[in-house]
Design a protein around this ligand. Structure first.
Ligand code: DON
Length: 308
């Protein structure tokens, strides 16, 4: 096992090594408020269980977590519904882009997994059905997990997404047609846009995901309770579905469960060892951060540590 003190050195070396890739790709602009983000930001933060944290670059700058929020909402939904959740959605990789509509029609309104948008909309619907104030519950949960009470929604990003959510609206109406949304479409879309708008830093994300790295103890945070196998399942779904139609490639290159967002964030977990968050807004054609994947690929290679 690598000594913790080497992690900092490894991270700094990697950040230098991957510079040739720094100009590849572009930040997301289909949500207008994300188009104005500085594409050259880069941060990384490692939270080691029982060890020292390591960090580099813009690790303290907040950015839009986007689809990384789907891990938090899945944890809440699993805690509320248990195994019943899987009556409404699957746990198989989709092999399709995050916002694909086509598979949902073929499969009669049952989303393949909780991380594609169709599945995340069903999960959002579950939260709305169970919780008096889902928006407040969600943000309190994320604040407690990250240990940062200042974590918040961005109204600007949420509005911007909601105003242009034509594809997500199509997905939501198709779900509604198949009676797989129980709340009004508009409420689900608004709540989904809100949770995607949450802004966190790499430090906040790495600290929040420590709870998923603690894979040998039950999860009990802000009223969200999961068994050891519940935590295992969330990590398993991150492993197989966290990067949509690039999930196989991420698994191949990095070898850790992880989740991406179109804000350029990626968070990955090494069960029983660490959680790591990277942020670089330039994305590849799958909507995943190019430098984020590079950094994590180098990190698990240099440390010779992955789940495989
Ligand atoms: O549904 C959307 O378009 C966004 N709010 C979230 C998409 C996202 O982050 C996909 N992940 N890479």
């Amino acid at each position: 096992m690598m000594h913790d003190r080497n992690y900092q050195e490894i991270i700094e070396n990697i950040c230098r090594e991957i510079q040739p890739y720094a100009q590849l790709g572009r930040q997301a602009d289909y949500i207008p408020a994300l188009a104005s983000v500085d594409p050259d930001k880069f941060g990384i933060y490692l939270s080691v269980l029982g060890g020292d944290d390591c960090m580099y670059g813009d690790y303290d700058t907040c950015f839009s977590i986007q689809s990384i929020a789907k891990v938090f909402s899945l944890a809440i939904a699993l805690s509320l519904e248990g195994e019943n959740l899987w009556m409404r959605l699957g746990k198989e990789p989709s092999g399709t882009p995050f916002n694909s509509l086509v598979q949902l029609e073929y499969e009669h309104g049952r989303p393949r997994n909780p991380f594609i948008n169709a599945g995340a909309l069903v999960v959002a619907d579950v939260l709305l059905s169970h919780l008096d104030d889902a928006q407040e519950f969600f943000i309190q949960f994320v604040r407690q997990l990250s240990g940062n009470v200042t974590v918040d929604y961005s109204m600007e990003v949420a509005e911007s997404e909601y105003e242009t959510a034509y594809l997500n609206a199509s997905i939501a109406y198709l779900l509604k047609h198949y009676v797989n949304l129980h709340n009004p479409v508009d409420e689900v879309l608004r709540f989904y846009s809100m949770i995607c708008s949450v802004e966190m830093s790499c430090r906040d994300l790495a600290r929040a995901f420590v709870a998923f790295a603690k894979s040998d103890e039950p999860f009990d945070h802000a009223g969200v309770k999961l068994s050891v196998s519940g935590v295992k399942r969330i990590n398993a779904i991150m492993q197989t579905c966290g990067f949509y139609d690039e999930a196989g490639e991420f698994s191949f290159l990095v070898g850790l469960p992880g989740k991406s967002g179109v804000g350029g964030g990626i968070v990955a977990v090494y069960p029983s060892r660490y959680s790591i968050a990277v942020w670089s807004p330039r994305l590849n054609k799958h909507g995943n951060s190019i430098m984020g994947i590079k950094a994590l690929e180098r990190f698990t290679t240099e440390t010779s540590e992955s789940i495989f």
